[in-house]
Design a protein around this ligand. Structure first.
Ligand SMILES: Cc1cc2nc3c(=O)[nH]c(=O)nc-3n(C[C@H](O)[C@H](O)[C@H](O)COP(=O)(O)O)c2cc1C
Length: 187
């Protein structure tokens, strides 16, 4: 078992292995600059924050050559990748002159690219960004979204994985839960 604590030096590369145990979905965060250039980056830092109001977050490495574009665009789209979209994840995680060449997308709010074939698309306006350590955290308010029932692409321990649905073990019956069920049924 690996461990590090406050008394020992934390090795970022090893810490990354610990962080990697947290399985996530995979997204491509897209935006569009003022001159119309489309940008996209593979990100698994996406997470949900609030339902009312609807707010999400993601973070971009401060060293990204496109950081200033993401900040000034003021909007982003979270494209949640489906299981059959590993190629898009790879494509948008490598620098390239035109990451969108041959990629199917439509124009969303303010002309931002919404990738086709995703399991969800969440269109957001940036409400804040903060430098946090070696990343910039973007908080966005959801303006529009769509979703469809498709198997999601997942990422854990540095590998792409496929979800398997499992059922939690049945909870032991207790007098409290039995009476709660009876009370609900009586309503
Ligand atoms: C599954 C996966 C998740 C990633 N998540 C993030 C992330 O949340 N934030 C980030 O800055 N980079 C993340 N990356 C790395 C970027 O996709 C990669 O550095 C990309 O080249 C950055 O694009 P840019 O060079 O246009 O900034 C991730 C890569 C992969 C494969």
């Amino acid at each position: 078992m690996q461990h590090a604590d406050v008394d020992s030096e934390i090795d970022p590369l090893d810490l990354r292995r610990a962080f990697g145990r947290f399985g996530t979905g995979v997204t491509v965060i897209t935006t569009r600059t003022f001159d119309g250039t489309r940008l996209g980056v593979t990100a698994n830092s996406f997470n949900t924050v609030s339902l009312e109001p609807p707010i999400v977050l993601w973070s971009l490495a401060s060293k990204s050559p496109n950081l200033e574009h993401y900040k000034s665009a003021g909007r982003f789209v979270v494209n949640v990748l489906a299981l059959d979209q590993i190629e898009l994840s790879s494509r948008f995680s490598r620098p390239s002159a035109d990451k969108f060449a041959g990629v199917a997308y439509s124009d969303g709010v303010a002309g931002l690219p919404v990738l086709e074939g995703c399991t969800a698309s969440i269109e957001c306006v940036v409400i804040n960004n903060h430098v946090v350590g070696d990343h910039v955290l973007f908080l966005g308010r959801v303006e529009k979204y769509t979703y469809q029932d498709m198997a999601p692409l997942l990422f854990c321990n540095g590998k792409y994985i496929e979800a398997t649905v499992i059922s939690p073990p049945a909870a032991p019956a207790s007098p409290v839960s039995a009476s709660a069920v009876a009370a609900r049924a009586a309503c």
